[in-house]
Design a protein around this ligand. Structure first.
Ligand code: MN
Length: 298
């Protein structure tokens, strides 16, 4: 994925709009549907990297003229913020495996909740968790650098991590790593829960903002929830954000029971992923165009 000028954000869609896994038939269908709905790239879920055939996916992506980003997240038994070294070691192994697969399928971005488990914690992070995680992420970033991959830390809400709930916390953690190929990944769904407004975090991140998720307050159809998405798109335009923008939506119609549980997805917000994705592609384009007209000189 290349960073173009402010008028050319690459627009992508998360694979979970289409398919829960990545078998050959799921891969083929997801890529075909992504292309048909007018997207530039697909975000491939590497929660279990072993089920993704990187070489085959790379070839199929080329066939469809699509690129890919990758995301992953950790479970509580693979939590790199844990005080238990065995748990941390399993987490690091998963992140390195995800990096291998991202590289094999020619992605240039690996992001997500890479710094803790994805799920509801019942206590604050242990003292020292941040520096422990920073050292580990630095090792990951160094390996990613050799493969031309940027590492993104997705900021998520309090029910999905206890470590990075705001853009400022992500910036502080990145600062602690000292890595140059690490960026903040903002998701407006989470910002709507945790941040004071939708513009300040974009300004605070500046050039460190490297990836954006667009999702509604209920994670269903864009424009049918309560988030002021127009305001967020104007903030991106004002910041001249030129990086990738991926649409993310979850319905129990597609995702696994395990993921439903981690994310608190208890109802079918939609059942027609094709209709949802087409509408989202159009919605995002309209918002980008309107925001650019509003804030950028001709
Ligand atoms: Mn997200």
């Amino acid at each position: 994925m290349t960073q173009g000028d402010a008028r050319s954000n690459a627009i992508g869609v998360h694979q979970l709009v289409w398919v829960p896994g990545w078998s050959e038939s799921e891969c083929d269908w997801a890529l075909q549907a992504t292309k048909q709905a007018g997207y530039d790239f697909i975000e491939i879920d590497l929660a279990d990297p072993s089920r993704v055939d990187g070489a085959r996916t790379r070839k199929k992506l080329a066939d469809y003229g699509l690129s890919a980003s990758c995301s992953t997240s950790l479970s509580f038994d693979k939590d790199v913020s844990s005080p238990d070294p065995d748990v941390v070691q399993r987490g690091e192994a998963l992140l390195l495996e995800a990096l291998d697969v991202a590289s094999a399928l020619d992605a240039h971005y690996l992001g997500g909740v890479l710094y803790s488990a994805l799920g509801k914690y019942t206590a604050p992070a242990a003292p020292g968790a941040e520096s422990q995680v920073a050292a580990l992420l630095r090792r990951l970033a160094d390996q990613a650098q050799e493969r031309g991959i940027t590492i993104g830390l997705e900021v998520v809400n309090r029910y999905e991590t206890n470590l990075v709930n705001t853009a400022r916390q992500a910036l502080a953690l990145i600062e602690l790593t000292g890595a140059s190929n690490m960026v903040v990944h903002l998701d407006v769904y989470h910002m709507n829960i945790e941040e004071g407004d939708l513009e300040r975090p974009v300004i605070d991140c500046g050039d460190r903002l490297g990836y954006v998720h667009i999702g509604e307050s209920h994670r269903g159809y864009l424009g049918t929830g309560t988030i002021d998405l127009a305001k967020f798109f104007r903030a991106l335009a004002r910041a001249r954000y030129s990086g990738p923008i991926a649409f993310e939506s979850f319905s129990s119609a597609v995702i696994s029971t395990e993921f439903c549980s981690a994310l608190g997805v208890w109802r079918d917000l939609w059942d027609d992923g094709e209709d949802l994705a087409r509408q989202a592609r159009q919605f995002i384009q309209q918002q980008l165009d309107a925001a650019r007209r509003a804030v950028l000189p001709d």
